[in-house]
Design a protein around this ligand. Structure first.
Ligand SMILES: Cc1cc2nc3c(=O)[nH]c(=O)nc-3n(C[C@H](O)[C@H](O)[C@H](O)COP(=O)(O)OP(=O)(O)OC[C@H]3O[C@@H](n4cnc5c(N)ncnc54)[C@H](O)[C@@H]3O)c2cc1C
Length: 386
């Protein structure tokens, strides 16, 4: 079979792959970009579908538009250490159905000039030839954006990386906020997000375990549903690959993006980081190809680190083991109203420095007052929502 010829091959047509394809074509419109995906669109993807302001900003930076029905959440509710805070989101979050959202991103990638081949799982690499279920593709550079799958990383000779379990189910809609419950009995959190409207207004509820495995996510979700009086359907279990500090970003000629690279281990947020790293990988690959070089992982790592979402991801990757670890001071800190507002700014896409300066100042003030680690002192100021 004659191979499909491409300059850039993107493996995976989720948010990361579509952002990479569009960014590459924008950088160099003559570039031949092929995207292969194992699935046929529209396809399902287990996901809460929440895109806070930071993800909406990345969507726009990637040259992609939100064109599908979505719910809007103007507030986050955060429960920790027995307190509940209701925090306004500086930019409202949207919640999408991934089936519709991803299919529309594929349409936008095609409109940008990428060739998207569906039903084409990557089976292996032989030099600059990719074997896929729909035939071979010859390429000059590669972006691996195949999500939680390990196929792309394995083909590059990279370790699969860690995976963290989540469990998610649907219930009839009972509230309109993004609710995060850190008191849900696991080293992680349980959530409730409104789903896009229409006839059967729903919400999705789930549990994310930073430690403790899939059984703890399943048990926590059952207990959470009981406490919230949610009539959940059976739901499903899946996992995500968190970004590991210092983890690989690719090899010479092949860059990782999206969950293949790793996403936010603090909140399990992946769409923002898929769009962000896909855009950067696509741009770097196109620039390298235009000047006759192989895309360099060192350049990719630098560009990722020097961007706003990259800095937030690095911060969150350092906070996650602390927040979900043994030291209760971190969870008490999360229950502080000013700290929660700082996080709301960060997930909403605010510049990092003012938000972090604000968080640090708060931490130091709480530290001086003896509140972190003290018996719930910093809960005193927490505004309990009605
Ligand atoms: C239960 C759950 C809830 C979540 N909730 C949220 C949330 O509310 N908000 C948020 O931001 N993130 C959430 N996430 C994370 C988010 O879903 C992912 O991080 C995000 O989809 C990653 O995007 P991606 O483009 O890297 O990968 P994906 O969206 O997974 O896309 C990867 C694509 O690669 C394709 N593929 C896989 N293997 C191959 C192969 N061998 N060859 C070719 N193609 C292949 C797949 O078919 C798929 O289309 C959640 C995850 C889970 C599991």
């Amino acid at each position: 079979m004659k191979p499909l010829e491409a300059d850039l091959l993107v493996v995976g047509a989720g948010p990361a792959g579509c952002a990479a394809a569009v960014a590459a074509r924008r950088e160099w419109p003559a570039l031949r970009v092929a995207v292969v995906d194992a699935a046929r669109f529209p396809r399902d993807k287990l996901c809460g579908g929440a895109i806070p302001g930071g993800g909406r900003r990345e969507l726009a930076l990637a040259g992609l538009a939100l064109r599908v029905p979505h719910a809007v959440a103007a507030h986050a509710r955060l429960r920790a250490c027995g307190a509940e805070l209701r925090v306004p989101l500086p930019v409202p979050a949207v919640v999408v159905e991934r089936r519709a959202f991803d299919a529309d991103l594929v349409a936008q990638a095609r409109a940008a000039g990428a060739v998207v081949v569906e039903g084409a799982p990557l089976l292996g690499l032989e030099g600059r030839l990719a074997r896929t279920g729909a035939g071979p593709v010859a390429f000059r550079a590669l972006v691996v954006a195949d999500g939680a799958s390990a196929a792309g990383r394995r083909a590059l000779g990279l370790p699969p990386g860690p995976r963290l379990p989540l469990r998610e189910a649907r219930a009839p809609r009972g509230q309109d906020d993004l609710l995060f419950d850190l008191d849900a009995g696991l080293a992680g959190y349980a959530w409730r997000f409104p789903c896009p409207g229409g006839a059967g207004q729903d919400e999705n509820a789930g549990a994310y375990a930073f430690r403790g495995g899939g059984a703890s996510a399943g048990a926590a979700l059952r207990d959470f549903a009981r406490a919230e009086e949610l009539a959940l359907d059976d739901g499903a279990a899946w996992s995500l690959r968190p970004r590991a500090i210092g983890g690989p970003v690719g090899i010479a000629g092949a860059l990782l993006a999206g969950e293949a690279l790793g996403v936010d281990p603090l909140a399990g947020e992946g769409i923002r980081y898929a769009l962000w790293s896909g855009r950067i990988a696509g741009r770097i690959a196109a620039r390298a190809l235009r000047s006759g070089r192989a895309p360099s992982p060192a350049r990719h790592a630098r560009a990722l680190a020097l961007s706003r979402s990259g800095a937030v991801l690095a911060l969150f990757a350092r906070l996650a083991p602390r927040l979900y670890g043994e030291d209760p001071r971190w969870r008490r800190l999360a229950a502080d109203a000013a700290v929660a507002a700082g996080f709301a700014e960060l997930v909403s896409g605010a510049p990092l420095l003012p938000a972090v300066a604000h968080l640090l100042a708060r931490w130091m003030r709480l530290g001086r007052s003896g509140a972190p680690g003290g018996p719930g002192r910093n809960l005193a100021g927490a505004r309990r929502s009605a």
